[in-house]
Ligand binder design. Structure first.
Ligand code: GAP
Length: 465
């Protein structure tokens, strides 16, 4: 991971945030290549799950919402981490994580009473840690403070007064923007259940243990879908069928559309003791990170919990009238929720390829052409062919993200393009140019092909750019 962080910074993927002031812990900025890659991932997700599906639509809700949203959703009361301090070494620890690590290392399958990860009652976590004599991972002592719940939402004030009536939260998930707009979307989009709403946007969590580069940060982007379907009372088992279908659609997106290696991915179904009380099923798609398996995409069957809660609190009718069956019901919802920054991280890890050459070891970023930040490099063999090369740039750049580079030996420029994952490089030499053709080099094979200039756009389209 350390190697990747340094590589990502020197090649313009991701920089430390506010670097010139010594940085801000766990804040990251996406550089010229990284921001383009992130944009591509976002657009491909929208294309796959919205543009190509008649049963999906898009939403862009505000980050700041009426604070009642977060009271109703349970985030004000319950979205917190159980924290404790080691009295001996003063290290701050998350009690639920300490227990999970203990269970994983020891193979002990007994869980604390009412075990629900960070939502487990604090007294049960304390009792379990004492019973199992779990040690502080930093100093080895068993001497902890009481567990305190720490709310993860960032709070700020709207307007000039700083009292509780002006309190607003930076949204900790994008999902609630979809639920509170459910009636608006049904009314204006004319979608019929089953249908889904997709949204991409920033979310903020004051994480206690951020880290592992961009895996867990306090500011991140989510790509969430709420897929509304008939409830259990109207179509028994239908929501479970859809949950299974979404699991395979999401995995298919990762392996076929993004091109992740299947052996780096697995499903992890949540056991009954891990499920929220309202959830009928939850599955995580996990990725094998350098630090171990970690969650990439959560796919939850949230039943009618959120719509019901908002309907009760707001006194607005969020039920749905089904014109086919003449029935009125509150839909169930399947929620595939993916972190854009995590997708970005796994895309980097998946593409990062070390190759040995006569000149030493080199890195090639093997992105699929469709997600590569830059599709085509335009490289004049010699500087005096700059004007001709610029003509080619002008010809191709309306169609593809291109990079023009005339500095240095051609071999070095090819390597530079390999490092930022450009799938095709065009070398402009006068002999071929005068015959209306150019040499195109393939990043992964190094094979060079002569292509007519007039056919270049079609050629790169056929290659998936
Ligand atoms: N609406 C459901 C929800 O927010 P979640 O499991 O808390 O569920 C969904 O988050 C996804 O968002 C995760 O699978 C992960 O990809 C991403 N995510 C969550 N917290 C994150 C963080 N602190 N930094 C980066 N990504 C995060």
């Amino acid at each position: 991971m350390k190697e990747l962080v340094s590589f990502a910074s020197t090649r313009g993927f991701v920089y430390q945030g506010s670097e010139i002031y010594g940085g801000l812990a766990n804040a990251w900025d996406y550089g010229p290549i990284g921001s383009q890659l992130k944009e591509n991932l976002k657009n491909i997700w929208i294309k796959n799950f919205v543009q190509e599906r008649p049963d999906m639509t898009l939403l862009d809700a505000a980050i700041l919402m009426n604070s009642q949203t977060w009271i109703t959703s349970g985030h004000v009361g319950g979205f917190s981490d159980p924290l404790m301090d080691c009295k001996a070494c003063k290290q701050r620890l998350r009690a639920d994580k300490l227990i999970e690590e203990y269970m994983e290392k020891s193979g002990d399958t007994e869980v604390p009473a009412e075990w629900a990860g960070e939502s487990t009652p604090a007294a049960n976590l304390t009792a379990y840690i004492a019973k199992k004599e779990i040690k502080c991972p930093y100093c080895g002592k068993v001497d902890f403070s009481d567990i305190k719940k720490f709310n993860l939402m960032f709070r700020t004030f709207q307007g000039v007064t700083e009292d509780s009536s002006a309190t607003v939260y930076l949204r900790p998930e994008t999902a609630q923007g979809i639920f509170v707009n459910f009636a608006n979307i049904v009314r204006t989009s004319r979608k019929k259940v089953p249908f889904g709403v997709a949204q991409v946007g920033k979310a903020f969590r004051n994480e206690i243990t951020p880290g592992n580069f961009i895996f867990r940060t306090r500011e991140f982007e989510q790509m969430e879908i709420e897929f509304f379907c008939e409830p259990e009372s109207v179509a028994p088992g239908k929501h479970l069928e859809l949950h299974a279908k979404w699991k395979s659609d999401c995995m298919d997106f990762l392996t076929n559309t993004i091109g992740l290696r299947p052996e780096l991915l697995r499903f992890r179904d949540h056991g009954a003791d891990e499920l929220s009380f309202y959830s009928a099923a939850t599955t995580d798609i996990e990725f094998r990170f350098p630090f171990g398996w970690g969650e990439l995409w959560g796919i939850a069957d949230r039943t009618d919990y959120d719509l019901n809660a908002h309907m009760k609190e707001s006194k607005q009718d969020l039920s749905y009238f089904d014109p086919f069956t003449n029935t009125k019901y509150v839909p169930y919802v399947i929620e595939p929720s993916l972190g854009l920054n995590r997708l970005f991280l796994v895309t980097l890890l998946n593409a990062y390829t070390q190759v040995e050459t006569e000149e030493g070891s080199r890195i090639i970023m093997k992105f699929k052409p469709s997600i590569a930040p830059i599709k085509v490099a335009i490289l004049p063999l010699v500087k005096k062919l700059g004007a001709e090369a610029m003509e080619i740039y002008k010809f191709l750049s309306p169609h593809f993200m291109c990079e023009y580079d005339e500095a240095g030996a051609i071999g070095k420029r090819y390597y530079r393009m390999d490092e930022i994952g450009v799938p095709f490089s065009i070398c402009i030499d006068s002999e071929n140019y005068n015959q209306g053709q150019l040499t195109v080099r393939d990043r992964d094979t190094g094979i060079q092909e002569i292509v007519k200039i007039e056919n270049l756009v079609e050629y790169f389209r056929d290659k998936g750019c």
